[in-house]
Design a binder for this molecule. Structure first.
Ligand SMILES: Cc1ncc(COP(=O)(O)O)c(C=O)c1O
Length: 441
């Protein structure tokens, strides 16, 4: 029988009053919620002092650890000056500085930033902007979007329309726009003897065939550059992006890079698309942009696209808004995050950290029960060979019992640690994951 400790009371109150995201709430009858009282660095602590190593960066958002002194300090100062003001008709220093610095990160090619709150709102903005651009420039028939098989772009209706993960999408199918799905360059799908690059080129040919036929109605192709996260950390060769860029140019179709998960250094470069030597027409960022502190998203786009909205006519303007667009506190957290990238040469430092973790993880990569061990930048993933459809849940629970937070996607286990994870913590993560894999029946 459960005792009525303050913790248990909190859990009861939570299931009685909070509808938790992405959750069948009935499962909490047997799998209790985990109360988090505070967090520091890579660790989450419950009120009784139990701790969990945050190996998934709290849903892929945290970059520099929890309660980071530098981000905290900047936020405290910002709080004394300005927390929020509406961005229509007003502006403020943090949003201007952030826009300038993000644009510089694209080499100035994407000159304007439009802000939202969560990732899905950025995707909605990019889709609407692309369609509206074509309408403003005399191609109103471009109303369709293409996305990649296994794509994930968020849960709102527009974002879900370009998503291809059945468990999230199928129920809402009657509410969604029909879009086109092109083959995924995920290298696990390559034919025997075919390299990831050759397979990526083959998938690009399929994209070309699609656009050849449908370009007149297609406004944009949306991609998750290099890693398709929510479908199970599917990784692919940059060749696909190189070719997709050229194909989109050839057929007058925008390329939207959804870097909500892959941006901010996660794949080893500041933006994943850099590895293909291209620039998208729209770039969606969120998650890590505030270091995992506050909800903020942003869509960067080319000035030539911005210019198509610049007119005396209000109807030609992009009349989209969210109340918290460009929130000053969130922008300050983002500026503090960019400061850390600059001051600590994070991209280079991560290279060494990633190489170390990969070498420590070799026993995992070689393990007889593990398939497709893979790594891109600061993401590692593998499948566990198991007939049990509940394997992911079992790994999650076994990991919690070993002070590790893992959140497998089906049979895919992945590590997406904060960049500040120490060598000892890396070793703990690998050793305990090995122990879990060994312990599975
Ligand atoms: C690639 C990608 N796009 C969009 C989203 C949606 O972001 P949010 O959950 O903040 O709405 C996610 C979330 O995981 C994502 O990984």
């Amino acid at each position: 029988m459960q005792t009525s400790t303050p913790n248990n009371m909190l859990l009861k109150r939570s299931v009685a009053s909070v509808w938790h995201p992405c959750t069948q709430m009935k499962q909490h009858e047997t799998a209790p919620l985990i109360p988090v009282a505070y967090a520091k660095g890579c660790w989450l602590y419950d009120p009784d002092g139990r701790r969990y190593l945050d190996a998934v960066s709290s849903w892929w958002v945290n970059l520099f650890g929890h309660a980071n002194e530098r981000i905290n300090g900047e936020l405290r100062k910002q709080l004394e000056e300005l927390a929020h003001v509406m961005l229509a008709g007003f502006t403020h220093r943090p949003v201007v500085e952030l826009s300038e610095r993000l644009s510089r990160r694209t080499g100035g090619e994407l000159g304007h930033c439009f802000y939202g709150s969560d990732g899905a709102s950025a995707v909605e903005i990019a889709l609407k902007m692309s369609f509206h651009y074509w309408r403003n420039t005399g191609s109103p028939e471009k109303t369709q979007f293409a996305s990649i098989a296994g794509s994930y772009h968020g849960e709102t209706l527009g974002a879900l329309s370009v998503t291809d993960v059945a468990i999230f999408k199928d129920t809402y199918a009657p509410l969604l726009r029909v879009g086109a799905r092109v083959p995924s360059p995920d290298w696990r799908l390559a034919a025997a003897g075919e390299s990831p690059r050759e397979y990526a080129a083959r998938c690009a040919q399929a994209l070309e065939r699609h656009l050849e036929e449908h370009h007149e109605r297609t406004a944009a192709l949306i991609v998750e550059p290099l890693v398709q996260g929510a479908t199970g950390m599917a990784m692919y060769d940059a060749e696909y992006l190189r070719r997709a860029r050229a194909i989109c140019d050839r057929y007058g179709t925008h390329l939207i890079a959804d870097e909500i998960m892959t941006g901010l250094g996660r794949t080893g470069t500041f933006f994943a698309y850099e590895q293909a030597g291209i620039t998208p027409d729209f770039l969606c960022l969120s998650k890590g942009i505030t270091g995992g502190y506050l909800p903020l998203s942003v869509v960067l786009t080319r000035d030539s696209i911005y210019d198509a909205f610049y007119d005396d006519s209000v109807a030609r303007a992009f009349l989209h808004s969210h109340s918290y667009t460009g929130n000053a506190l969130a922008c300050r957290a983002a500026l503090a995050t960019l400061d850390i990238f600059d001051a600590d040469d994070v991209i280079n430092a991560n290279r060494a950290k990633a190489a170390r973790l990969s070498s420590r993880a070799e026993p995992l990569a070689r393990h007889e029960r593990i398939r497709n061990f893979r790594n891109t930048g600061m993401i590692w993933a593998f499948e566990i060979d198991a007939a049990d459809p509940q394997i992911g849940r079992r790994v999650h629970e076994a990991a919690l019992a070993r002070e590790i937070l893992l959140r497998p996607i089906g049979s895919t286990v992945y590590f997406m640690p904060p960049y500040t994870m120490s060598e000892d913590e890396q070793d703990m993560l690998v050793m305990r994951t090995l122990d879990i894999v060994d312990s599975l029946q």
